[in-house]
Design a protein around this ligand. Structure first.
Ligand SMILES: [Zn+2]
Length: 115
């Protein structure tokens, strides 16, 4: 009778399969080196209108085949197969601060080799 269904194995990074999908892209070490925060967080996913506020991640991405950029919630990032990279899209993760911010965790700009 396996009554002990502990949540210990669940990563705080991901409470849904879509968030787990996003978490695979996230480079938190790189993100913390030189934190970049999204100012003025988007209200809604541009793909299906889902509110961004309660999400763990959102993307500011190119929508393949649609020739445009928009905001995407984790479910749409997973469903549409959105990608992150310079020129492709940026992934932001909500921080754990009392007043959460959205920190870029994927799709970083190319390294600055000029200096
Ligand atoms: Zn969406």
């Amino acid at each position: 009778m396996p009554a002990d269904r502990s949540r210990a194995g669940r990563s705080p990074e991901a409470s849904t399969p879509a968030e787990a999908h996003c978490a695979r892209f996230a480079d938190l070490d790189r993100a913390s080196l030189d934190p970049v925060h999204f100012s003025g967080p988007p209200e809604r996913c541009d793909a299906r209108g889902k509110p961004i506020a309660g999400q763990r991640f959102f993307g500011d991405c190119e929508f393949p085949g649609q020739g445009g950029w928009g905001y995407a919630c984790p479910a749409c990032i997973a469903d549409l197969g959105l990608r992150f990279g310079w020129g492709q899209g940026q992934l932001y993760r909500r921080t754990d601060e009392a007043e959460p911010r959205w920190r870029m965790v994927a799709g970083f700009p190319p390294a600055d080799t000029s200096g």
